[in-house]
Design a binder for this molecule. Structure first.
Ligand SMILES: O=P(O)(O)OC[C@H]1O[C@](O)(COP(=O)(O)O)[C@@H](O)[C@@H]1O
Ligand SMILES: [Mg+2]
Ligand SMILES: [Mg+2]
Length: 321
């Protein structure tokens, strides 16, 4: 069976600037994948010894992946500016270019040191001006994204990509070095699988407490079926599972820190995953409604996330009203 090659598929896009940018991101992620494969041998595991702007400890690989993507996009003609989870501020690249890229260079950082799954998440927005690049220009609803995707560094390296016409999944062929199209994502409306960090249960809002309590009651409870639970602790891997076989994934609001209404970042995690999930037939919401309709207020903004099977997301959101 022959699998189409990513770069051939990209050539058929109307926007060749977008195609160039996506090819650049895919190539850089191949380099990150190679570094990860060498693991401890490359001396790149462990803490970098500093914190990012959000007060989180940076791993060496957070910094390495960020620098690789930043430098590759710095040389990528169609890119006007970038924003990264690991950068304090947005970075202007060239005023004449038309695309803005936001990214989480390494998602699931706490998995690095145990040789478990991590990934790179990216989102591409249209530029809004021909003047200097500003943070305000990035603050567009996720609905404006022209493309979004992630690369999952797992037993095989996989790229999931949407340009607004479904979600294609590519597997990196270690022999040819090409990303080959291997499947399309599809999220069934119903599921029996959920993903949430249960250790935060006592901090959740009452609606989430009730929703999860019903799932845990299984066949004897109001849902009338048994649910299984999974938690990889890397959003990229948990969402990949949902895109491949369905399920519901949540990182809800909790009361631990009033400055963090949720853990996940809108511009680097929630919006790109929301675009992918909607394109695969699922839903991605906060308790107030679809994430893609949110008007961002800050580049490093955090949001509660409920995504996946439509039946579960609408039930959980509905319990908040
Ligand atoms: O430590 P917890 O509560 O399991 O949180 C895991 C979540 O945090 C994250 O790792 C945050 O992402 P980063 O690793 O990019 O900071 C998500 O990928 C994941 O879903
Ligand atoms: Mg992340
Ligand atoms: Mg990260």
């Amino acid at each position: 069976m022959s699998h189409p090659i990513l770069n051939d598929q990209l050539q058929s896009l109307d926007d060749q600037g977008l195609a160039t940018t996506l090819a650049c991101l895919a190539d850089t992620c191949k380099t990150i994948s190679q570094q990860l494969k060498r693991g401890e041998l490359a001396g790149i595991l462990g803490a970098a010894g500093n914190e990012n702007v959000q007060g989180e400890e940076q791993k060496k690989l957070d910094v390495i992946a960020n620098d690789l993507i930043k430098s590759a996009l710095g040389a990528c003609e169609p890119v006007r500016g970038i924003a990264s989870e690991e950068e304090d501020d947005v970075v202007g690249l060239r005023e004449s270019a038309g695309l803005l890229v936001t990214f989480d260079p390494l998602d699931g950082s706490s998995n690095i040191d145990i040789n478990s799954m991590v990934g790179t998440i990216f989102s591409i927005l249209p530029g809004q001006s021909t003047g200097p690049v500003t943070e305000a220009e990035f603050l567009q609803p996720g609905r404006n994204q022209v493309a979004a995707g992630y690369v999952l560094y797992g037993p095989s390296t996989m790229l999931a990509l949407t340009t607004g016409n479904g979600v294609d999944m590519y597997t990196l062929d270690p022999v040819s070095g090409d990303f080959l199209l291997t499947r399309e994502a599809n999220i069934p409306e119903a599921t029996k699988e959920f993903a949430i960090n249960m250790s935060n249960q006592r901090f959740w809002a009452p609606a989430v407490q009730t929703y999860i309590a019903e799932l845990l009651q299984g066949a004897e409870g109001p849902r009338g079926k048994n649910y299984n639970m999974r938690w990889v602790a890397a959003m990229v891997a948990d969402v990949h599972r949902v895109l491949c076989r369905g399920g519901v994934f949540m990182y809800p609001w909790d009361q631990r820190d009033p400055n963090k209404p949720g853990k996940l970042r809108l511009m680097y995690e929630a919006n790109p995953m929301g675009f992918l999930v909607e394109q695969a037939g699922g839903q991605c919401c906060t308790p107030e409604g679809p994430i893609l309709d949110l008007q961002p207020e800050k580049i490093h903004q955090r949001v509660p996330v409920i995504l996946g099977a439509a039946e579960e997301v609408s039930r959980c959101v509905g319990m908040h009203s």
